[in-house]
Design a protein around this ligand. Structure first.
Ligand code: TYD
Ligand code: MG
Length: 452
């Protein structure tokens, strides 16, 4: 009798496996996400001694400076100083944000240094890739492209061609014959990625995987991939704006939250060397509701402008709109202003916006947001030469944040001469020359420092 293929049901949201179909995933609680998949048949393990015995950690030698530099400085920075041989880098982002462009440019740069680079596309034909490459002037002799979606064929090609670096665009379009489910399903994506990882780890070839992002913001196919790979980068930005931010959310070989800033031009992505300057370029003069805060993205300080517009509402339910900051945070700060300062904003429409399409999610931005709202409500501009940072607590107290010196130095570089921060932060901090640091302990203190 023929042996029946063993099937399992896998949740497409969290990867949970069940022996039978269920309407609701018991693990993540999502409805109708379980899909039947046939498990891959794995070859039996050979018996016998292990080939590589465990090594003492002191006996392992490291080759220093083995990272490949792509030559795109902002990209290398996000990777933690270059591409580590044998690593798997997952690049996620919304459709049309520029993932394919970024990867193609990076591969071209590597190819120009003499590395054989292979760009594998399951979404575009070689002619379409060529059209894009022409626009980007990514036309190095060592750059090869291939439209292929079967991972077994890809592995064959890799064996023959032995590229130094590979990009797969996108991982959801590639499938393995070993599993019967559709390309892009959890089982497929996981299996394809682990096959590629096998090649990467044994040959030392770094691999870029481009991944699509699902509606709820995680990389489709989903968390399983993030666990598997060494580095996860998100490419984000507002499509209405030209700036794109590459953010590392996981990195086995560098710090996370590191960012690279690019601008989308008609000839591709261009690095932005001094993002603080660009983000402040169009700042309005002497207008209420605009403040500048030095936030920290990974190890990098970045000056961004926060704008607030607080205006009497004609509606029974005043509007609260936040772009680039968390709206829960706005609600909290509005409550603190009402309770601790007697500044009632309950009947006001409030709009808060981070200029340039950036996202700020640090508590250090609290002081900036609350100052912008106060400034707009009172219609009194915040002095032009002031930056501020700090966390606001529920009692209206101002709390210290990390790296005050680094933030102040960035502000000083761009010509700001006064900085408002928590008194606690000020202690033991070396204030850069030409910079006046004003310590405050509560939002009343902040109000006095800004407007009196
Ligand atoms: P793309 O890299 O195809 O996005 P993704 O792979 O993330 O889906 O980029 C698509 C967008 O970028 C498209 O809307 C056009 C724009 N673009 C430029 O502005 N300049 C360029 O040189 C290129 C190649 C694309
Ligand atoms: Mg693409």
């Amino acid at each position: 009798m023929a042996k029946q293929k063993k099937s399992i049901f896998v949740c497409q949201n969290c990867g949970y496996q069940a022996p039978k179909w269920l309407g609701r995933c018991p693990d993540c609680g999502e409805w109708n996400t379980l899909v039947e998949e046939f498990s891959a048949t794995r070859p039996q393990r050979k018996k016998g001694p292990r080939v590589t015995p465990p090594a003492a950690i002191t006996g392992i030698s490291l080759d220093r400076e083995t990272r490949l530099k792509t030559g795109l400085g902002e990209f290398d920075r996000t990777l933690g100083g270059g591409l580590v041989p044998g690593s798997l880098v997952l690049i996620g982002g919304d459709p049309g944000i520029g993932k394919s462009t970024l990867v193609l440019q990076a591969l071209d740069q590597l190819a120009r240094q003499g590395f054989r680079a292979l760009y594998l596309s399951g979404e575009e034909s070689p002619q379409q890739i060529k059209l894009r490459a022409n626009r980007l002037s990514a036309t190095s002799e060592n750059l090869f492209v291939m439209a292929e979606t079967c991972v077994e064929d890809v592995l064959d090609t890799l064996e023959h061609m032995k590229p130094h670096v590979l990009a797969v665009d996108s991982i959801q379009t590639v499938y393995t014959e070993a599993i019967a489910s559709a390309p892009g399903s959890v089982g497929q994506v996981r299996e394809v990625a682990s096959r590629l990882m096998g090649v990467a780890k044994t040959s030392g070839m770094p691999v870029f995987l481009v991944g699509h992002v699902t509606k709820d913001g995680s990389i489709a196919g989903p968390k399983v991939l993030e666990h598997l790979v060494d580095t996860v980068l998100y490419f984000e930005g507002d499509r209405g704006h030209l700036f794109r931010i590459l953010r590392s959310v996981k990195n086995r070989f560098g710090s996370t939250n590191e960012i690279g800033v690019f601008e989308m031009k008609d000839t591709g992505l261009e690095e932005v060397g001094n993002p603080s300057r660009i983000f402040l370029e169009e700042r309005p003069q002497g207008v209420s509701g605009s403040v500048v805060i030095p936030c920290l993205e990974g190890t990098r300080p970045l000056l961004v402008e926060i704008q607030a517009l607080v205006t009497a509402s004609p509606l029974g339910m005043p509007r609260r709109t936040a772009v680039g900051v968390d709206h829960h945070r706005i609600a909290l700060l509005v409550a603190v202003l009402g309770k601790r300062m007697g500044m009632e904003l309950g009947d006001q429409d409030i709009f808060v916006n981070v200029a340039g399409g950036l996202k700020v999610d640090e508590p250090a931005a609290d002081l900036g947001i609350i100052s912008a709202m106060m400034s707009s409500f009172l219609d009194r501009p915040v002095p032009r030469d002031v930056v501020l940072f700090g966390e606001v607590g529920l009692a209206g107290e101002i709390r210290g944040v990390s790296q005050p010196e680094l933030r102040m130095r960035e502000a000083q570089k761009l010509g700001f001469s006064r900085c408002i921060l928590s008194t606690g932060n000020l202690q033991g901090t070396k204030v850069p020359g030409n910079m006046q640091a004003i310590g405050v302990t509560s939002i009343q203190g902040l109000f006095e420092a800004l407007f009196q």
